[in-house]
Ligand binder design. Sequence first.
Ligand code: GCB
Length: 621
Amino acid sequence: MKFLQNKLFAFAVTFFLLNLSANQICNAQSKLITNIGSRKTTSLNGKWQYIVDPYETGFYDYRYQERKEKDREAYWNSDVPDNKTDRKEHGYADKYSLNVPGDWNSQDAKFLYYEGNVWYKKSFDYKKSASTNHVFLYFGAVNYRADVYLNGHKLGMHKGGFTPFDFEIDDSILKETNNYLVVKVDNKRFKDEVPTLNTDWWNYGGITRDVDIVELPASYITDYFIQLKRPADPVKIPPDNAEVEGWIKVSGASEKQTANIEIPELKIKKSFEVIDGFCKVSFKLPKVQLWSPENPKLYRVIVSTNADKTVEKIGFRTIEVKGKQVLLNGKPIFMRGICVHEEIPQEGRRAYSKQDALQLLGWAKSLSCNMMRLAHYPHDETMTRMADSVGVLIWSEIPVYWTIEFTNNEVLGKAKAQLSEMITRDHNRASIIIWSVGNETPLSQARTDFMHALIDDARQADPTRLVSAALETRTENGKILIDDPLGQFTDLVSVNEYLGWYGGLPNNCRTARWESKYDKPLFFSETGAEAKGGFHADSLTRWSEEYQEWYYKEQVEMMKRMPDNYVGMSPWILSDFRSPKRNNPLYQEGWNNKGLIDHDGKKKKAFYVLKAYYDSKITTK
Ligand code: GCB
């Protein structure tokens, strides 16, 4: 009987899920507001006062109980003594200030290795405009956990160091003068977080991206997806028949409302009926100039309702796998890629600004790249927007890295949340062609199920892009095998390999025998060797620029012998980056020096080897 009941219940749940309309499924997803750049915003960037609180005294009382909201000793409450006999043990002062956006590690020597808790405080005056109904506080990213308090009230908590989040501020909390905004930032690493304890990059803490107040009318456009549909037959796509298929979400809409999409340059003006805050959109784009790295054409797209309007530049292109090839706008492409961390090496800090993005993109362009792998987490929004503008294809990834707790369902939930935030923020970026669900994860059924679930989510959230993950290879009977079971679920099979650095010498590439279980496009998502910039010796000397140059020469020759499903590579890595795991006192000193550009911004010898190879691929493919 019990069995029958369970069966019936399962049947009812399945029936219910199958009958959810697309509308309801979409509404069940992220409510994050997108395209902040086109909203009415007030920046809260600049100097924020701080308190370093390694014991979390401002959060827990002396019995280690979380403090109550009104607790006078909580660091989110006033630091001003009531009178001269009053005792206050916390206080914010200008002499302790940090820049926002920015990591704390690079702003004061005492923070270089700091992993823990810092309270940030900003006072601000704010007058809401007459047309505003909703006020949100929007954070580009805070690494890793943010607890946000305004005038003593908790607005919310967010985990995940590289994706945006927002909290609505109730009218009763916001004041016209002297608002007291406090953010508790904690970048401690934990086994059951994403990423987990162990990474090969610096755990930069802080409010690392922009903070804005966003004002919205009673009914506002939350988000929209306006991209070319994946054509059924990729070869027969546009320019005459490009088809947009997407949706618009409106919050606080009356039961029925109209949403409009305008693309003035293409003389497009379409209206759609919004029901329960959602509408599907679909229309044709005749004579559209397709976006590509060679012609990064963007169109001004206006999305409006009778109450709200957003504007942004969107490029239109298709990306598809057909047999062994990756097709961009119906034509095979070779990805001349490079991996990059979100870091400005000359200053040893996180990148966050437009200028930073242009530096990294400019370096990649000077290497003749048409693609970048943004490792190993979603980078700042300016990066993907600038990639749209300058014409660089992008691989964007979530930090499901190495030894995540794959058996823990809560951890899967955390990874899914970051995936959803990454896709929501950037799903209108033409530059992004690949969502990656992780990097070098160890084989097990639990790992495969975990990542398969992420792949399914990515496809459901965005059916227009490719999904992949950087996998490992294994060696058996002298062959290098590409057979990670996850490869059956990804659109292209991507592998990392370091033949000649982590095993053998670079000339081992000459005899390497590769075998792939998959017929899909094959992409080398990493390969690389370290060299200390400016250290010269013969090519057999580890850490010398000459060794790295030799490594790249052998790798390039091996790549030339790859079978015809080889569609590109993104070697590791554009520039040197900080890593606490790298402790050779002569050649590393806390840096992973696999960069083709050193930490003074100087190009190493290997840079020119890869560039020559990429230049040859521009003409031959
Ligand atoms: C890898 C990882 C990357 C490391 C790199 C290295 O395979 O994906 O995060 O930094 O190797 O330098 O060892």
